[in-house]
Design a protein around this ligand. Structure first.
Ligand code: ADP
Length: 317
């Protein structure tokens, strides 16, 4: 994709990447035509970091959205967070989809099939409207059904390029949709953004213990790498029947749900979002749920949570 990627096209399967300390020395390097060059090239601090800092200098607030598991509604939440922040037309918002293996933001923002343009000042993101820009690996796939099967260093190269080369212009908020779990991609994003400052992370979960278990891992990841945790959001928390108004806990919180887990681990509980089939429908049609259903209970939940995120971030200035 770019000369910045640290894995040559003819690299062996487990290539550690040209910038790794193991470059040219790992078992996988044996027999590689580039082994000698890799082993002898001097390694130092990543030269991309000052460039990332420079690019990010025009971004006031950076918010990561994380989840322990896939399918809990992380991308849906990130999309609605971006839509909600951009409701104020004086606020410039960027949404970056680094969910390399399952980029869903182009669809959720109604930008499927759009292409990224390159200019002298970098890659231009795709605009949903004047104050909401989106950048996703999904824009680089020829076909939406193409799988992105890349090895670690190549993924790192792409993430680095997203952070370094996207011409966001001046942004008030950059929200970053990350892949589920505590993978290499998380570490890359954190490493690259750390110097320019991450305001904090929002962790999305569903109420069941299987999801919460992985959230605890996510919390310890954030603590370990020094990312402030803005708080946890419980998504798909109950379903209110529109006819009889009975509230059914579809994913029953067998261990007290996210609220109890947040209290136990000393992090903020930001709120719960109910299951609402219209949320899924809006995402599938690339429309803003918040614009369409301002009367819904889920709208109120989203807005309460987003106000808390804004308050947290404004204090971290
Ligand atoms: P993740 O990013 O965690 O993998 P997604 O955001 O892709 O999860 O959501 C998974 C599915 O659940 C999507 O089809 C989405 O539309 C749906 N969804 C997410 N949150 C809700 C909700 N509160 N109510 C109904 N459907 C939801």
């Amino acid at each position: 994709m770019s000369s910045e990627n640290s894995v040559p096209d003819n690299a062996p399967q487990h290539c550690p990447g040209t910038e790794s300390d193991q470059a040219g020395k790992a078992d996988a390097c044996a027999g590689c035509p580039n082994q000698q060059i890799c082993a002898t090239t001097p390694k130092g601090p990543d030269p991309a970091i000052p460039l990332i800092n420079e690019r990010m200098a025009t971004v006031k607030h950076k918010i990561l959205v994380l989840s322990g598991k896939g399918g809990v509604g992380k991308s849906t939440f990130t999309t609605n967070l971006a839509f909600a922040l951009s409701l104020d037309e004086h606020i410039q918002v960027g949404a970056m989809d680094v969910d390399i293996c399952g980029p869903s933001m182009p669809k959720m923002t109604g930008l499927e099939g759009e292409q990224i343009h390159q200019s002298n000042s970098g890659w231009s993101p795709v605009y949903v409207n004047d104050n909401l820009a989106v950048m996703s690996i999904g824009f680089m796939l020829q076909n939406q059904d193409d799988a992105v099967i890349w090895r670690g260093p190549k993924k790192n190269g792409l993430i680095k390029q997203f952070l370094k080369d996207v011409d966001w212009g001046a942004l008030d908020y950059l929200v970053v949709d990350t892949p589920p779990g505590t993978s290499d991609e998380h570490l890359s994003i954190v490493n690259y953004l750390k110097e320019s400052g991450i305001d904090g992370a929002v962790i999305v979960t569903t109420p069941q213990e299987v999801s919460l278990q992985d959230v605890r891992k996510e919390i310890s990841f954030c603590k370990k790498v020094g990312i402030p945790i803005i708080g946890v959001v419980e998504n798909m928390s109950g379903f209110v029947c529109p006819k009889c108004h009975k509230d059914t806990p579809i994913f029953a919180p067998t261990t007290g749900g996210a609220r109890k887990m947040a209290a136990d681990t000393g992090i903020n509980f930001l709120g719960s979002i109910p299951i609402d089939p219209r949320i899924a429908k809006s995402c599938d049609f690339g429309e803003s749920f918040l614009d369409q259903y301002p009367e819904s209970p889920a709208y109120k939940s989203y807005m309460d949570i987003i106000e808390k995120i804004k308050a947290f971030v404004s204090q971290s200035q």
